[in-house]
Design a protein around this ligand. Sequence first.
Ligand code: NAD
Length: 356
Amino acid sequence: MKIAVLPGDGIGTEIVAEAVKVLNVLGLKFEMESALVGGVAYDAFGHPLPEATLKLAMASDAVLFGAVGDWKYDKLDRPLRPEQAILGLRKNMGLFANFRPAICYEELVGASSLKPELIAGLDILIIRELTGDIYFGQPRGRRIATDGHFPGAEEAFDTMRYSRPEIERIAHVAFQAARKRHKRVTSVDKANVLETFQFWKDVVTDVHAQYPDVALDHMYVDNAAMQLVKEPKRFDVVVTGNMFGDILSDEASMLTGSIGMLPSASLNTKNQGLYEPSHGSAPDIAGKGIANPLATILSAAMMLRFSLNQEEAAVRIETAVKKVLAQGLRTADIYSPGTNKVSTAQMGDAVVNALR
Ligand code: NAD
């Protein structure tokens, strides 16, 4: 089992160090190799995704990723910005399926801006298609309009498109994930307005014929955005395209109120994957030892489950995380009066102890 460890920038190094600590006490044999990515890679090699880092990632079963980015790189040309490293890894590794669970831990119910009864026990899995849709469709660009409301004016345009195989493979991923959960899939589209998403709906319906044990419903994206805050527990697995998934997965993650708790996984057809917390590099708190490492530790659990076939070890980590929360340990972002405030390293150590 080979893991590429790419901590990146800002709090990335601090939180990944804790996840590595946790992986090291599981009694499993991993080959772990680290490399630079993001801003630190740009500083060292002039590129956010150096050739050697990409090569290491491609040759590994899984990538454990921290976060990239810092405001000091905002003036660089777009292809050299730290965030391009993630896009490069997604593209080169063919990571088409993004998993973003939104789980509300009992102890953190108070951290959400929604009423406790709406989110207590929440456990949703958003599956976002990651390599197609309007984010990648060609043609795109700027030009002088020859028709439309203002012929002769400057305009910009993008292309929304999905092919049948692209929709089929993400639909299979969603139905198979639902089989391991509560066997319900909600496919989110905008079939009432967009041809691409009428096609999406038709193809998802076709694939569903192979999964008679899983219930499927369809929902327009505007309604889904509403239902996520009105009655989030109605969802089990949500599957949608790249753009709608981008927006809805952030909305769903915020239901739990604590960005430092949310893991994510991006997988290709061979179950090779990139595992990272849902948050960024948090330059505002980098180096202070106060970042929450649990999203990264939970991402490592997803890595064990999806890419390394170690379900039991994954469950052990998730149980250990619940245990430290039940013990009242909290990093600053999830702290509330009456609980015990700990540092990044103390939280990592507590998970390690809970595992032992
Ligand atoms: P961010 O997610 O880094 O931070 C948002 C807020 O959440 C900050 O106040 C931060 O302190 C807090 N926060 C984030 N993670 C935390 C944790 N583990 N524990 C405690 N608090 C935490 O988003 P941002 O500030 O908008 O972006 C900062 C940089 O990160 C930018 O350069 C951005 O481009 C980059 N970014 C990278 C990724 C990625 O690597 N996947 C994702 C999003 C943003």
